[in-house]
Design a protein around this ligand. Structure first.
Ligand code: NDP
Length: 331
């Protein structure tokens, strides 16, 4: 029988994304709510407990995290930790028997993604990745214009995403797995796939010059790359940790369509030769988490599964190999 109660979500890691976006979004969701938290900070636990009215029995540390297994009010565990921790926590979450959402990038390597997918399969739980833009009406419109060939076949894609600055674990290759490609360039990789519905055959990447060699000692500061698709489409992409960029443009046989900003949480704007896209924005994270709750309740697959996260990591791995060798690399 289909259950109609709201599913309980536990957020693991109460950093900027949980605090600024996921927590507030869980106040707007219809099919799930914030039931629990996992954090290493007593101060944050107190703050969240008050703000979201979370009972003590649903508040965990990283050490006692595994006992969520015995908590019936938590159905979904959402991993919002630094990238290098995703693998361990997704596997531990799967072992509790709860369904899992993991933030992007899914992990630091394809091998880690394989282990995470296998653990969720073995536990019989559903794994999804925090690809919020698959629920955003502007990006959905871009997918529709491309897939329905409204302006004919797609010829070229331009995607860039950059932040004017980055700090903390994002600058640490061990914790982040890489630089802006892992963090923001991944949106361009994913967009290339949802615009073409194809996998790139090959990639070619060039690292940008480092303006701050100390800050970016172990990771790229910026990167440009191309992705070649089997139908001849080329995606020209770039990412950066020292320059703001936020743009997705598609050129087709008989026209073009674009959004800018394209990858933000809000304020997205779209244009076609007909003028501005007339689209009502929504809360992307609320839509993403509600869709996952419905997927669980209705026993259907999620549109953003672990396999999608793994595939992006495969392409990112090829982009890094190309960056290091200067050669075109087949994926
Ligand atoms: P933050 O650094 O703000 O938060 C990470 C949290 O993880 C910390 O606050 C801390 O929570 C916990 N943590 C545990 N161990 C460590 C450690 N060794 N170093 C640092 N933090 C630790 O990161 P974000 O919230 O920005 O990012 C978290 C994840 O979410 C990343 O994978 C990122 O890529 C993804 N993300 C996705 C976005 C999207 O749009 N889908 C947007 C932003 C981020 P506590 O104190 O509670 O223990």
């Amino acid at each position: 029988m289909m259950e109609r109660r709201k599913l309980g979500v536990a957020l693991v890691g109460l950093g900027i994304y949980s605090d600024g976006e996921l927590g507030p979004a869980l106040k707007e969701t219809s099919h799930c709510y914030l039931a629990g938290i996992v954090s290493g900070s007593e101060r944050k636990k107190e703050k969240w407990k008050k703000e979201y009215d979370i009972p003590d029995k649903n508040i965990y540390s990283y050490e006692d995290f595994d006992s969520i297994k015995n908590n019936d009010s938590i159905d979904i565990i959402y991993i919002v930790l630094p990238n290098s921790m995703h693998k361990e926590y997704v596997i531990r979450a799967a072992k509790t028997g709860k369904h899992v959402i993991c933030e992007k990038p899914m992990a630091n390597t394809v091998e880690e993604c394989d282990e995470m997918i296998a653990a969720c399969e073995e536990a019989g739980v559903t794994l999804s990745i925090g690809y919020r833009l698959h629920f955003d009406p502007f990006n959905l419109e871009m997918m529709k214009l491309a897939n329905e060939k409204v302006y004919g076949n797609v010829k070229r894609i331009f995607a860039s995403h950059g932040l004017s600055t980055a700090e903390g674990w994002r600058l640490d290759k061990v914790l982040a797995g890489g630089g802006p490609l892992m963090d923001v360039g991944i949106y361009c990789v994913n967009a290339g796939r949802y615009i073409t519905n194809l996998e790139p055959l090959a990639v070619h990447a060039t690292e940008g010059q480092k303006k701050d060699k100390k800050k970016f000692a172990n990771i790229e500061e910026s990167l440009t790359w191309t992705m070649e698709y089997p139908n001849g489409v080329i995606a020209e992409c770039s990412c950066s940790y020292s320059q703001y960029r936020n743009h997705l443009r598609v050129e087709a046989e008989n026209g073009w369509f674009e959004i800018a900003p394209s990858f933000s949480y809000s304020g997205l704007k779209g244009r076609t030769p007909e003028g501005k896209m007339d689209i009502k924005p929504i809360n992307q994270q609320a839509a993403q988490m509600d869709d996952f709750a419905l997927a669980i309740m209705n026993n259907r697959p999620t549109p953003v599964p672990g396999e999608m996260g793994r595939q992006d990591m495969k392409i990112i791995g090829a982009i890094y190999r190309s960056m290091e060798t200067g050669q075109r690399v087949e994926t």
